[in-house]
Design a protein around this ligand. Structure first.
Ligand SMILES: C[S@@+](CC[C@H](N)C(=O)[O-])C[C@H]1O[C@@H](n2cnc3c(N)ncnc32)[C@H](O)[C@@H]1O
Length: 307
């Protein structure tokens, strides 16, 4: 099938991927219009956690915004960014970052392209508002059921005094905002012209669903790619599969980290482009994408591809 598209010169339109060590906002500012068919991304949720200062603290184990979630149950924990520690100015900065992102990514997408964007229940409004203001339609929200050790703790330094109180709910789900660039005509018109506008079904009998149960990346996957925000292949392959309704086009992850989206696309034979600003994470992605893509990680009923 020939889609009305201008494939970026550095992406193989049939399969394969290209990754760039770059600032996504700068890259998007010069990317060709109507050249990307879907975005599947897990951005820096509060922006400041991946600034050079904070990531240096995370790497040296010296705190900053990255903290071990307080918990008194003896379970082993990994540091996570503390979104509740953000100031009003930080929150304005997050909204500004996603305003720039949404404004820059819109023209780069073909009409009908979907954006799957990970967030958290605490920060999602700072992502969704700017996306809608920039011109995207909100098409729903994917709920990933994932049990974490975030939240659920008793008041700091007073947990004996208030044993029956939690300051926040224990996080058990992760929202993924689902947005679409407005389509041209009807969905069928847009599918014919651009190959986008809908979501790929899991099988002819089963539509893509907005509820996915999927635990954190663990075991061999973590040994391959020890990024602090690594997303599991079993999740990413389901999202990437849904993102291109006809299985044709180019997927972008502008905040690829260790390349979980790119590996998922590669595993399914889909073309993709990944961007990462941090030199170490970029080098890690370059090394691990082929290994993540080769992983066998479960399946969906009747799915035509391996998940
Ligand atoms: C939440 S992590 C993504 C992790 C990824 N899902 C994985 O499984 O490895 C976000 C990534 O975006 C990167 N990043 C932050 N700001 C960026 C920017 N302006 N351009 C490109 N990458 C950026 C961070 O260095 C970080 O690796």
């Amino acid at each position: 099938m020939t889609l009305a598209q201008a494939v970026p010169p550095d992406a193989d339109p049939d399969c394969g991927y290209t990754i760039h060590h770059a600032d996504a906002l700068e890259w998007l500012a010069t990317a060709p219009e109507n050249s990307i068919h879907a975005v599947v991304t897990d951005p820096p949720y509060c922006v400041v956690e991946y600034t050079p200062t904070q990531i240096a603290k995370q790497r040296s184990g010296r705190g900053g915004i990255w903290r071990l979630p307080p918990s008194y149950d003896g379970a082993s924990r990994r540091p996570v960014p503390r979104f509740t520690a953000l100031s009003d100015a930080d929150r304005d900065g997050v909204a500004q970052f996603f305003t720039e992102f949404a404004t820059l990514v819109l023209p780069v997408l073909v009409p009908g392209a979907h954006v799957f964007i990970a967030t958290t229940p605490v920060m999602s409004h700072l992502v969704y508002g700017p996306m809608i203001k920039a011109g995207f339609e909100k098409r729903g929200e994917i709920v990933r059921i994932v049990k974490t050790l975030r939240g659920g703790d008793r008041p700091k330094n007073a947990h004996d005094e208030y044993p029956s109180v939690s300051v926040m709910p224990r996080a058990s789900w992760e929202p993924w905002g689902l947005f679409r660039k407005p389509i041209e005509g009807r969905v069928s018109d847009n599918l014919r012209r651009w190959g986008t506008g809908g979501l790929r079904r899991i099988s002819d009998e089963m539509p893509f669903r907005d509820l996915i149960e999927c635990g954190p990346a663990r075991g061999i996957e973590r040994q391959i790619a020890d990024h602090p925000s690594l997303k599991p292949q079993v999740l990413m392959r389901q999202l990437v599969h849904a993102a291109l309704p006809l299985g044709d086009g180019v997927i972008l992850d502008p905040f690829m980290g260790s390349g979980a989206t790119i590996a998922a696309a590669e595993a399914l034979g889909l073309a993709s482009v990944g961007i990462e600003i941090d030199a170490k994470f970029y080098a890690q992605a370059a090394a691990v994408i082929p290994r993540l893509a080769e992983m066998q990680c479960g399946h969906l009923p009747d799915a035509p591809q391996r998940f």
